[in-house]
Ligand binder design. Structure first.
Ligand SMILES: Cc1cc2nc3c(=O)[nH]c(=O)nc-3n(C[C@H](O)[C@H](O)[C@H](O)COP(=O)(O)OP(=O)(O)OC[C@H]3O[C@@H](n4cnc5c(N)ncnc54)[C@H](O)[C@@H]3O)c2cc1C
Length: 242
C-alpha cells in the first residue's frame, strides 16, 4: 500500500555523465514492499510539489531504495536531488505504478530504457537475476543514450550476458563519435534486432514519452505485440493505437 517514508541519503555519486545514483536508507517506516518496475514520488521541500522517479533497486532490498537521476539544472526535482549530500533527509511517497514486471510470466521480454529510463529496467533486471528467473526467461535489454559517456553499469550487464544465455544487452548511442556499437535512434535498433513476430512477447519501456510512444507503435503495429502486454507508466497504447 502507498505510504509516506522518511529516508536518509546514504550514497550519492555519478554513475555516468550527467546521471547520479542515489541510495536512500529508510528510517520511518524502515522497510518498503514494492514490485520491480514501480516508481516513487519525492516531496520537494521548497514548493511542496512532487517529482517522480523509478525505483532503480531490486524489491529484495527492503530497507533502502536507489534512484538514478538525470541532471536538469532548471528542473526543481532534479536540482533538489543533485543538491542532497550523504546524511540529508528526504521524504518519499511509494510505491506507485502498474508497469511492474509480470514475474510469473515465462514470456520473452524486451526492456527499453532511454537515458535515466535505465532506472526502470535496472530494478527488473536485478530482481530477475536474483530470483533465478533469467535462467528460463529470455530478456532483451536496449539502453539508449546520446553519448557513450552516458552509458552505465556496462560491466554488470556484460557479466549477465556471460552468466545467462537468455540475457541480451544492446547499448545504443545516438552520437557515433567514440563508439563502435549500435548507433542511431533506439527504435531503429529494436526494429533491426528483434524478430518480426512479437505476438507472444512482453515489453517494458521508460524514457522520453516521445520515444516510448514511437516504440509502442513499432512493437504493436509492425511487430504484432499485444497492446495489453506493452508496459510503461509514461504511455498507454490503448489510448491512441486505434
Ligand atoms: C513514472 C516516471 C518515472 C520517472 N523516472 C525518472 C528517473 O528514474 N530518473 C529521472 O531522472 N527522471 C525520471 N522521471 C522524470 C522526472 O520525474 C522529472 O520529470 C525530471 O527529473 C524533470 O523534472 P524536474 O522536477 O526536475 O523539472 P520541473 O521543475 O518539473 O521542470 C520541467 C522541465 O521544464 C524545464 N524548465 C523549468 N524551468 C525552466 C525555465 N525557466 N526555462 C526553461 N526550462 C525550464 C526543466 O528544465 C525541466 O526539463 C520520471 C517521470 C515519471 C513520470
Amino acid at each position: 500500500m502507498k505510504g509516506t517514508y522518511l529516508g536518509q541519503v546514504r550514497y550519492s555519486a555519478p554513475i555516468s555523465e550527467g546521471i547520479i545514483l542515489l541510495k536512500i536508507s529508510l528510517l520511518e517506516p524502515k522497510v518498503v514492499d514494492f514490485k520491480a518496475g514501480q516508481y516513487l514520488a519525492v516531496l520537494l521541500p521548497e514548493s511542496g510539489k512532487q517529482a517522480y522517479y523509478s525505483i532503480a533497486s531490486s524489491p529484495n532490498k527492503k530497507n533502502e531504495v536507489e534512484l538514478l537521476v538525470k541532471e536538469d539544472k532548471l528542473g526543481a526535482g532534479s536540482s533538489y536531488l543533485f543538491s542532497l549530500s550523504v546524511g540529508d533527509s528526504i521524504e518519499l511517497m511509494m510505491p506507485m505504478g502498474e508497469a511492474f514486471i509480470r514475474d510469473k510470466s515465462q514470456r520473452d521480454a524486451v526492456f527499453v530504457g532511454g537515458a535515466s529510463g535505465a532506472s526502470y529496467a535496472r530494478s527488473m533486471i536485478h530482481y530477475l537475476d536474483e530470483s533465478g528467473q533469467l535462467e528460463h526467461r529470455r530478456v532483451h535489454y536496449f539502453l539508449g543514450v546520446r553519448e557513450a559517456a552516458e552509458l552505465m553499469e556496462l560491466e554488470y550487464m556484460y557479466q549477465l550476458t556471460e552468466k545467462h544465455a537468455t540475457f541480451h544487452f544492446y547499448p545504443v548511442v545516438s552520437d557515433p563519435k567514440c563508439w563502435n556499437g549500435y548507433t542511431g535512434p533506439i527504435t531503429g535498433v529494436v526494429d533491426t534486432v528483434l524478430p518480426n513476430d512479437l505476438s507472444e512477447w512482453e515489453a517494458y519501456a521508460a524514457g522520453s514519452p516521445e520515444m516510448v510512444k514511437a516504440l509502442a507503435t513499432l512493437l504493436i503495429s509492425k511487430k504484432g505485440l499485444t497492446a495489453e502486454r506493452f508496459f510503461s507508466d509514461l504511455y498507454t497504447p490503448e489510448d491512441s493505437e486505434s
